[in-house]
Design a protein around this ligand. Structure first.
Ligand SMILES: [Zn+2]
Length: 383
C-alpha cells in the first residue's frame, strides 16, 4: 500500500501492543542512490542485526519468538516488495502475535532502522508527510487550461479545458478601428476563458481539496488571471510555474517539487523565527528538551518544533505516560519509569494524539542553538 497521508499514521498510533513488543521497520530503497544489490544487502544486514538485538532483549521467550516472527515476515515480504516496487522507501509495521501487519511504500527514502517498542515508530512517516503538501498545479494559456493533482511526489491529471478563443491579431493584418475592435473582442473572449478556468478551479477544489495552488499563466501576468479566482482560492496561491499547458506531466512534476521544496524551507524558517521571537520576549514558548518535555507533561504544548532525526533515549512514567530525559522515578507519583529508545519520538506521538501540530525542521537552523527542539504553548505554566 502507498503511504498517502495522516490517516495512516493515526491508524498506526491507535494500535496498542497491550504489553507485547511490536516491530517497526524502515528501509531506504531509493534506486537513484543505491543499486538493487546494495539495497538487498542492507535489508539482510538490518534484519540480522535486529535478530541479534531481539534475542538480547531478555524480554521472555514468547515475546522474543514474536519479534523473530515479525522479522521473518519483514525479510520475506520486504524482499518481494523490493523487486515489485519502485518506491524510494519501504516501511513495515508488524505485531505477529496480534495478527497485525501493515506495509507502506514511501515516496522518500527514510533512515534504515528496525525498532522494537510498545508502540509503532511513526516519526519517519511524520517527517515525510511534512515534506509534502497537497498541491493543485494549474497551467493556463490563451485558450487552454490543464489541472494536475500533485501529492507525495506523484502527479495525476485532474481536468482539461479548451475555450474557443481566436489567435492574436497579427501586425499589419488589419487596419485602424476594425483591428482595434477585433482586439477588444479577443480580449473579451480571453476574459471569458479566464473566468471559466477560475470557476472550474473552484469546482475542482470542492471535489479534490488541496492546500496549495501553483499557477503557470505563460502569456499574461498571473495577477490578470488570478483576479478572476474566488478569494478562498487566491489565498491558496503559493507560487508560480514556468511550465506550459503542453508540457509533459513529468516536467510539470519536476518544477512543482522544486517550488514545493523552496516553499517548505521558507515555511520552516518562518516557524523557527516566530519561536525565537516568542522565546526572546518571554512569551508562550519553550525550548530545549528538558523544558519542552516539562510543558508537554503539563498538557501545554500546542505546536512542537523539532529538528529532523534528532534522537535521544529517555524514560516514560508507566502510569501517566509522562516523558523524562533521566528521571528514574516519576516525580508525580514516584512510580519507577521505564526506558524508551527515543523520547523525542514519544513526544511527537503524544502531541499528535492530543491534536497538536508537529513541525520538523531541516538542520542547520536557528533551532540548533536551542537544543534542536522547542514548542509554542497553549497557556503559561503556573500562571
Ligand atoms: Zn507518573
Amino acid at each position: 500500500m502507498k503511504f498517502i497521508g495522516r490517516s495512516q499514521i493515526e491508524a498506526l498510533t491507535r494500535f496498542k501492543g497491550q504489553g507485547d513488543l511490536v516491530t517497526s521497520f524502515y528501509l531506504d530503497t531509493d534506486k537513484g542512490r543505491k543499486s538493487r544489490k546494495e539495497i538487498q544487502l542492507a535489508l539482510k544486514n538490518l534484519i540480522n542485526e535486529a535478530r541479534e538485538r531481539a534475542c538480547g532483549l531478555a524480554a521472555g521467550k514468547e515475546k522474543e519468538a514474536a519479534l523473530l516472527e515479525d522479522l521473518d515476515l519483514i525479510a520475506a515480504r520486504g524482499g518481494q516488495a523490493l523487486t515489485a516496487s519502485g518506491a524510494a522507501g519501504l516501511a513495515a509495521f508488524s505485531a505477529s502475535r496480534r495478527g497485525f501487519w501493515q506495509a507502506l511504500e514511501l515516496p522518500h527514502g527514510p533512515r534504515n532502522r528496525v525498532l522494537f517498542d510498545a508502540n509503532f515508530y511513526v516519526r519517519p512517516l511524520v517527517s515525510i508527510l511534512d515534506k509534502y503538501s497537497h498541491i493543485c498545479a494549474l497551467l493556463v494559456d490563451h485558450r487552454e487550461a490543464v489541472w494536475y493533482d500533485v501529492n507525495m511526489g506523484e502527479i495525476k491529471p485532474l481536468d482539461r479545458l479548451r475555450s474557443d478563443v481566436p489567435g492574436k491579431v497579427r501586425d499589419g493584418g488589419f487596419e485602424g478601428t476594425s483591428a482595434k475592435r477585433i482586439e477588444r473582442r479577443i480580449d473579451a473572449r480571453l476574459q471569458e476563458h479566464h473566468k471559466k478556468v477560475a470557476q472550474r478551479t473552484f469546482e475542482i477544489s470542492r471535489k479534490t481539496p488541496f492546500d496549495w495552488l501553483l499557477i503557470g499563466t505563460e502569456e499574461v501576468p498571473s495577477a490578470e488571471f488570478e483576479a478572476h479566482l474566488h478569494s478562498y482560492l487566491r489565498d491558496k496561491v503559493k507560487g508560480h510555474l514556468r511550465c506550459r499547458v503542453a508540457d509533459t506531466p513529468a516536467k510539470v512534476l519536476a518544477e512543482v517539487l522544486e517550488v514545493e521544496a523552496g516553499l517548505k524551507k521558507a515555511e520552516e524558517e518562518e516557524a523557527v523565527q516566530k519561536l525565537v521571537a516568542e522565546l526572546e520576549r518571554g512569551g508562550l514558548a519553550a525550548s530545549g528538551l528538558r523544558d519542552t518535555l516539562r510543558h508537554l507533561n503539563q498538557f501545554e504544548v500546542q505546536t512542537l518544533l523539532v529538528t529532523h532525526n534528532l534522537v535521544q533515549p529517555g524514560r516514560v512514567c508507566p502510569v501517566h505516560q509522562f516523558l523524562y530525559i533521566d528521571e528514574p522515578r516519576c516525580p508525580v507519583d514516584d512510580k519507577k519509569t521505564s526506558p524508551v529508545p527515543d523520547v523525542i519520538d514519544e513526544a511527537i506521538e503524544t502531541v499528535l494524539k492530543r491534536g497538536g501540530a508537529v513541525k520538523q525542521i531541516d538542520p542547520p537552523s536557528r533551532l540548533d542553538r536551542y537544543g534542536g527542539i522547542g514548542a509554542f504553548l497553549k497557556y503559561k505554566a503556573g500562571a
